[in-house]
Design a protein around this ligand. Structure first.
Ligand SMILES: [Zn+2]
Length: 137
């Protein structure tokens, strides 16, 4: 199993086992430079903007475990009961693009493509990232 496949399998395994309608729909997995995988589960909320993405949870989990650079991300969305088709790879939302690039500037993400998923530098998906003054870029 390749690193990409391991990462997708970790995200898929998580959301397959923890899916709950309107509670947990996405599982994310982050690969660090040491080869370890850290997973996170999407947390939905009654107030939509209080929800927390799976990538953000996975990033927190990773940072609890290691300071190793995070190099690759994958997120898998579980279908709702009335949707047809399998769980699928999804790219990070805009907020997660900002957050992941703040904490992992060299990260790539797995995106769905033909004939199969491919890793894309996240910076390519957010070419004009916000740069604040909290820390040096
Ligand atoms: Zn997100």
């Amino acid at each position: 199993m390749t690193g990409n496949e391991r990462l997708m399998a970790a995200a898929l395994d998580l959301i397959t086992s923890r899916y709950r309608l309107a509670r947990h729909q996405i599982g994310a997995a982050l690969l660090d430079a040491d080869g370890d995988i850290h997973v996170g589960l999407h947390l939905d909320a009654m107030v939509g903007r209080a929800a927390v993405c799976a990538e953000a949870v996975a990033l927190g989990v990773a940072r609890m475990a290691t300071n190793a650079p995070i190099v690759l991300a994958a997120a898998v969305r579980h279908p709702k009961p009335d949707e047809i088709g399998p769980a699928r790879l999804v790219p990070p939302c805009g907020l997660c693009r900002e957050l992941l690039l703040d904490h992992a500037p060299g990260i790539s993400v797995l995106v769905a493509d033909a004939p199969g998923p491919r890793a894309v530098p996240l910076a390519d998906l957010l070419p004009h990232k916000y740069i604040g003054t909290k820390w040096s870029a």
